[in-house]
Design a protein around this ligand. Structure first.
Ligand code: CTP
Ligand code: MG
Length: 587
C-alpha cells in the first residue's frame, strides 16, 4: 500500500495507513482492515440469492409432479418442508449480509471521522483561516455520514442484488441452454445503462454535496454572527440568502431525482419478463422443456427484479458516497506549509527574541510586515503601538510560528524559530489573543486548558495573580461554572483575566498580550493593570496596547505603521525623537 505523506503541523503521533491518492483507493484502504466483514457480507449475499433461486426450482419440480398423468402428491410435503427450511436459512444469511454491511458502514464512519479530525487539528492556521468552518462541519458530519450510507444500504444492496442477477445464469441451463439468452441480453443492457447512468449521476451528486456545504457555511456564519445580524436588523436579508442557498440544494437534489426517474432499468425488466416467457413457451410447444421448467424459469427471471429495483437508488447512494469521500479526502489532502520539525530544538527557553529583516504576507494578499528588525533581551517588556490594521497582531504571531515568515529570520534564544521543535516552541510561548475564546467547559477547565494536570490550588493561585478569583467567586458555582450554560458568559475584561490565569498556570517564557481593542472601566482597568504587571514579571512580554501607562513603563516601545517600524526606543528617547510618538501623549 502506498502512503502519501502530507506536510502538516502536527502528525499527532499516528501512522497514516491509508492510501490517499484517489477516493476509491482511499475507501478501499479503509475497508482493508475489515476483510472478514466483507467475507461475511459476500457469503451472506451469495447464500441468500442461491436460496432465493431454490424456490422457483422447487416450485417447478412440484408442478411437474402434479401435472404427470398420475399426479404424485407424496412429493409435495417434503418439497414444502424443504422450501420452508431453506427460507429460514436464507433469513439467517440475509441477516449476516445486512449485519456485515451495517458493521462495515459504522466502522468506516468512525475511522474516517477519526482520520479527518486528526488531520484537521494537525493543519496550520493558514489552512484554518482560509477554510470556512461551516463547510468543514458539513464535510465532517454529513459527508462522513454519506460514506456510511454508501455501505449500508449502498454496497449491501449492490452486492446482494448482483448475486440475484447471477442466479438465472447458473440455474437456467438446467432446463435448456438457450434459456441463457434472455438473462444475457438483460445483463448487457443493464450494465450499459448503468454505466451511462453513473456517468451522468456523478457530477450531479458532486453538486448536491457541494451546494449542501455552501448552505452549511452560510448557516454557520449567520449563527456565529447572529449578534451582528440582529444588531443591524438584517434577519430578513439573511433568511433570503439562506432560502436561496437552500433552493440550490433542492434543485440539485431534484436534478438527481429526475435522472433517477429516467433510468430505463424498469423498462428492460418488463421486456425481459415478456421475452423470456415467450421463449420458454415456444420451447415448451416444441417439446423441448416441460411445464415445470417454464414455471421455474419464469420464477428465475423474477430474481432480476431485485437488481433492477435497487439499481435506481443503491448506485446513486454509492455515487453520493464517492462524492463525499472525494470532498473529505480533498480536505485531508489540502497541503499545509508548516512543518512541526519534530527533530528540532527542545530545550528550556530563556526568552530572548530577535527579528532580522522579517517580512511576511498572508497567502492571499499584500505584505503586512516588511523588513522588520529589532532585538529584545530576556525578561524585557515590549509595547507595540500603532493604528488598526498596521500589522501588530500579525507581527507577534510570527514568534510562535502561528504563521511562518516570508523572508528574514525570527530568532528565539538566538535560534531560528524554524529550528525549534514546534511543540516545544509553542508550549513556552503564550499568546493571549485579541478576542479570547472560551470553551463551553467549566471555568477551571478553561483556566487549566494548557496544563490539564493542574490541581485546584494551582488554578486558584493563578486566578488570584490574574485578579480573576474575585469575580469567579461571584458566580454561584465558582470555578465549576460552565461557560455558555444557563446564560453564563463573560465580559471582555473577565475573559482577559481568565486568559491571564491560563498564562500564569503554564508559566511561559514569552508572553504576548494582544490587548489593542479592549475598552474597560477604570476600576477593572486597575485590576487588569495589576494582573498584567504580575504576568510580565520574570518573562519576556510583548504588549499590544493603547494604554498610555503601560506604554510608558515598557523597556522598549515599537511604533508600528503600515507593516514597518516607524520608531523604536524607550519612552524618553521617543518623546525626544519621534514626533508621531510624542503626539500620542500630548493628546
Ligand atoms: N490580514 C489578513 N489575513 C489575516 C489577518 C490579517 O490578510 N488572517 C491583514 C489585514 O487585512 C490587515 C493586515 O493583515 O490589513 C494587518 O492585520 P493585523 O495584524 O490584524 O493588524 P493589527 O495591527 O493587529 O490591527 P488591530 O489594531 O485592528 O488589531
Ligand atoms: Mg490586532
Amino acid at each position: 500500500m502506498s502512503t502519501v505523506s502530507i506536510p502538516a503541523e502536527f502528525t499527532l503521533h499516528r501512522k497514516n495507513l491509508f492510501n490517499r491518492t484517489t477516493a476509491p483507493r482511499w475507501i478501499a484502504s479503509h475497508i482493508r482492515p475489515y476483510l472478514w466483514i466483507v467475507v461475511m457480507l459476500v457469503v451472506g449475499a451469495i447464500g441468500n440469492a442461491a436460496l432465493a433461486a431454490y424456490v422457483p426450482v422447487l416450485t417447478g419440480d412440484a408442478f411437474n409432479a402434479m401435472t404427470q398423468p398420475k399426479p404424485d402428491t407424496s412429493v409435495l410435503l417434503p418439497l414444502a418442508l424443504t422450501i420452508g427450511i431453506s427460507q429460514i436459512i436464507r433469513g439467517v444469511l440475509q441477516l449476516g449480509r445486512n449485519f456485515g454491511a451495517e458493521l462495515l458502514a459504522q466502522h468506516m464512519e468512525r475511522d474516517i471521522r477519526d482520520e479527518l479530525y486528526l488531520s484537521l487539528l494537525g493543519k496550520s492556521m493558514t489552512f484554518h483561516s482560509l477554510q470556512p468552518v461551516g463547510d468543514t462541519m458539513a464535510r465532517s458530519t454529513n459527508d462522513v455520514r454519506e460514506v456510511n450510507y454508501m455501505f449500508s444500504p449502498g454496497v449491501n444492496l449492490v452486492v446482494g442484488s448482483f448475486m440475484f442477477l447471477v442466479m438465472p445464469f447458473l440455474a437456467a441451463p438446467r432446463y435448456h441452454p438457450s434459456l441463457l439468452l434472455t438473462p444475457t441480453i438483460f445483463a448487457i443492457i443493464y450494465f450499459i445503462a448503468l454505466a451511462r447512468y453513473l456517468k451522468t449521476l456523478a457530477p450531479i451528486t458532486d453538486e448536491v454535496r457541494a451546494t449542501f456545504g455552501d448552505m452549511n457555511t452560510h448557516l454557520s456564519e449567520s449563527l456565529d454572527g447572529v449578534e451582528i445580524v440582529k444588531g443591524s436588523a438584517q434577519e430578513v436579508a439573511e433568511v433570503d440568502r439562506f432560502v436561496s442557498n437552500a433552493r440550490r440544494v433542492r434543485d440539485a437534489f431534484v436534478r438527481q431525482g429526475d435522472l433517477e426517474g429516467r433510468y430505463i432499468a424498469m423498462l428492460i425488466l418488463g421486456a425481459a419478463y415478456a421475452g423470456g416467457l415467450t421463449h420458454a413457451l415456444l420451447l415448451f410447444r416444441a417439446g423441448e422443456i416441460d411445464l415445470g421448467a417454464v414455471i421455474a424459469y419464469f420464477g428465475l427471471l423474477q430474481l432480476l427484479g431485485f437488481p433492477t429495483f435497487t439499481s435506481t437508488w443503491a448506485y446513486s447512494q454509492i455515487s453520493s458516497g464517492l462524492s463525499s469521500a472525494r470532498r473529505i479526502l480533498e480536505l485531508i489532502n489540502r497541503e499545509t506549509h508548516l512543518d512541526q520539525n519534530a527533530a528540532g530544538l527542545t530545550s528550556a527557553m530563556s526568552g530572548e527574541v530577535e527579528f532580522r529583516n522579517v517580512s511576511f504576507a498572508y497567502p492571499t494578499g499584500d505584505p503586512v510586515v516588511q523588513d522588520v528588525s529589532f532585538k529584545v533581551k530576556q525578561g524585557q517588556t515590549v509595547a507595540i503601538v500603532g493604528q488598526t490594521g498596521a500589522g501588530k497582531t500579525s507581527l507577534v504571531k510570527l514568534i510562535n510560528r502561528t504563521y511562518d515568515i516570508t523572508s528574514g529570520q525570527v530568532l528565539v534564544d538566538g535560534v531560528d524559530v524554524r529550528e525549534w521543535n514546534l511543540a516545544s516552541l509553542r508550549s513556552q510561548i503564550s499568546i493571549i489573543e485579541q478576542d479570547i475564546f472560551l470553551f463551553s467547559r467549566s471555568l477551571s477547565d478553561n483556566i487549566a486548558f494548557g496544563k490539564p494536570e493542574a490541581d485546584r490550588d494551582e488554578i486558584i493561585s493563578a486566578s488570584k495573580a490574574a485578579q480573576a478569583d474575585d469575580f469567579i467567586h461571584d458566580f454561584d458555582q465558582g470555578y465549576d461554572t460552565v461557560v455558555g450554560e444557563r446564560g453564563v458568559t463573560l465580559s471582555g475584561g473577565q475573559r482577559q483575566r481568565i486568559a491571564l490565569a491560563r498564562a500564569f498556570l503554564t508559566d511561559p517564557r514569552i508572553l504576548v498580550l494582544d490587548d489593542s481593542t479592549s475598552a474597560i472601566d477604570s476600576a477593572t482597568e486597575d485590576k487588569i493593570q495589576r494582573a498584567i504587571s504580575n504576568a510580565a514579571r520574570g518573562r519576556t512580554t510583548f504588549i499590544i496596547t493603547h494604554r498610555l501607562s503601560q506604554i510608558r513603563w515598557a523597556d522598549l516601545i515599537i511604533v508600528f505603521r503600515k507593516g514597518k517600524i516607524a520608531a523604536i526606543g524607550t519612552h524618553d528617547e521617543l518623546m525626544k525623537t519621534s514626533e508621531a510618538y510624542s503626539r500620542i501623549f500630548r493628546e
